[in-house]
Design a protein around this ligand. Structure first.
Ligand SMILES: *[C@@H]1O[C@H](CO)[C@@H](O)[C@H](O)[C@H]1NC(C)=O
Ligand SMILES: *[C@@H]1O[C@H](CO)[C@@H](O)[C@H](O)[C@H]1NC(C)=O
Ligand SMILES: *[C@@H]1O[C@H](CO)[C@@H](O)[C@H](O)[C@H]1NC(C)=O
Ligand SMILES: *[C@@H]1O[C@H](CO)[C@@H](O)[C@H](O)[C@H]1NC(C)=O
Ligand SMILES: *[C@@H]1O[C@H](CO)[C@@H](O)[C@H](O)[C@H]1NC(C)=O
Ligand SMILES: *[C@@H]1O[C@H](CO)[C@@H](O)[C@H](O)[C@H]1NC(C)=O
Ligand SMILES: *[C@@H]1O[C@H](CO)[C@@H](O)[C@H](O)[C@H]1NC(C)=O
Ligand SMILES: *[C@@H]1O[C@H](CO)[C@@H](O)[C@H](O)[C@H]1NC(C)=O
Ligand SMILES: *[C@@H]1O[C@H](CO)[C@@H](O)[C@H](O)[C@H]1NC(C)=O
Length: 311
């Protein structure tokens, strides 16, 4: 029995050495979305059908801080670094995979999984594996906004924004499409990084002065991250209709003006009529004098003229 055990031990030690060497060369790359779950693999093939009761499984980060430890099948926190104690971390027995939940940008980096066999002889390393985690966050769809504060009429300030993304974008630009051409404009990208989440907010601004050109155009904003590009909704510029709007405006101004003039004339006429009535006594003299001047001056229009002169 003793001999058998020792040869088994030697075999597995050789096996582990080979694994350790290969593990050191190729770290498996894994990727996770921000605030979702990262899967840190161990890729342990349990060829000897070992029970978790006889194993010590743990993960370390690149600073050699213990992320998680499963000691003889039970979670153990003595060695786990304080920054991981408050995190939601679970071990998947089926896959020998560590699940790091609500992943943060800070979680990026290298991890190592260690499996030791615990026996009366002590802890014997039997498996080791390295993985490299990168975290990404999808930027929001870029959005073009027109700066309403642009007082000048000769240009408009267009700003394109995108938020909550990681890593830093490679490129951000405007595409101006006309009937016949597409032109690319790449203003300097403005970026800011949230000091807690480490996510980026990026923007570009363009003082566009072609709003009065007589052809249809559309502007699209493009943001490229990790070789993939996101497109904004097109910002369409329809040229002002030549000559038609002034005519329309004239009509809209003319119609109410006519009504107002009409109303004023009506009230003026009313006012004149009222004004005439108290003057009737005085008018008798006037009408007499007028009569003396000419016999046919009895109609209203002629009577009006002197009253107006009195005023
Ligand atoms: C992360 O996801 C949780 C829901 O799982 C949500 O409540 C929280 O606001 C998210 N945090 C961030 C920073 O997006
Ligand atoms: C592994 O061990 C369990 C008990 O520990 C046993 O039920 C199972 O059949 C074994 N599997 C193999 C492939 O030996
Ligand atoms: C094992 O991991 C893979 C991805 O790494 C996953 O799709 C699968 O559901 C996992 N299996 C179990 C039993 O959790
Ligand atoms: C991020 O974007 C990719 C590509 O568009 C998509 O497949 C993935 O589901 C997105 N993930 C999240 C968390 O939004
Ligand atoms: C608007 O523009 C004026 C000057 O043109 C500036 O003083 C003011 O701060 C601007 N307001 C905003 C909200 O940008
Ligand atoms: C355009 O707007 C952006 C954001 O409001 C501002 O940072 C930029 O200075 C503005 N540019 C011009 C030319 O007004
Ligand atoms: C586009 O091309 C057509 C014919 O090639 C031409 O008539 C038209 O003026 C062009 N439009 C612009 C905006 O240059
Ligand atoms: C984040 O930055 C702001 C200013 O940009 C600062 O006031 C705040 O204290 C910072 N928070 C942390 C946690 O560093
Ligand atoms: C410009 O666009 C408008 C509406 O999108 C369309 O009615 C008009 O025919 C277009 N003009 C030209 C010259 O393409």
């Amino acid at each position: 029995m003793g001999i058998c055990d020792s040869t088994m031990g030697l075999k597995s030690t050789l096996f582990v050495t080979a694994l350790l060497l290969s593990g050191a060369v190729a770290a498996v790359k894994t990727q996770a979305y921000f605030n979702e779950t990262a899967y840190l693999p161990c890729q342990f093939i349990n060829s000897q059908n070992r029970s978790l009761d006889e194993l010590v499984v743990f993960w370390q980060n690149q600073e050699k801080l213990v992320v998680y430890e499963l000691y003889q099948g039970k979670e153990k926190y003595d060695n786990v670094d304080s920054k991981y104690k408050s995190r939601h971390i679970s071990f998947d027995e089926e896959n020998w995979t560590l699940q790091l939940h609500n992943v943060e940008i800070k979680d990026q980096g290298d991890y190592q999984c260690f499996i030791h066999h615990k026996s009366h002889k002590g802890l014997v390393p039997i498996h080791k594996m390295s993985s490299e985690l990168s975290v990404i966050a999808n930027f929001s769809q870029p959005e073009i906004l027109e700066d309403s504060n642009t007082s000048s009429k000769s240009y408009r300030n267009l700003t394109c924004y995108s938020v909550q993304g990681y890593p830093h974008p490679e490129e951000m630009y405007f595409l101006l499409r006309t009937e016949n051409s597409t032109t690319k404009y790449s203003p300097t990208m403005q970026k800011s990084q949230d000091n807690i989440t480490e996510l980026y907010k990026v923007s570009i601004s363009w003082s566009y002065s072609g709003f009065h050109d007589p052809s249809n155009r559309s502007i699209t904003c493009v943001l490229c991250v990790l070789g993939m590009c996101l497109f904004s909704k097109p910002y369409n510029i329809v040229p002002p209709k030549t000559h038609l709007p002034p005519k329309d405006n004239m009509l809209w101004i003319a119609a109410p003006s006519l009504v107002i003039v009409g109303v004023m004339v009506f009230f003026l006429a009313q006012w004149k009529r009222k004004k005439k009535q108290p003057d009737l006594s005085r008018e008798r003299h006037e009408s007499e004098t007028i009569k003396m001047e000419g016999e046919e001056s009895k109609n209203a229009t002629h009577q009006q003229v002197p009253t107006l002169q009195h005023c």
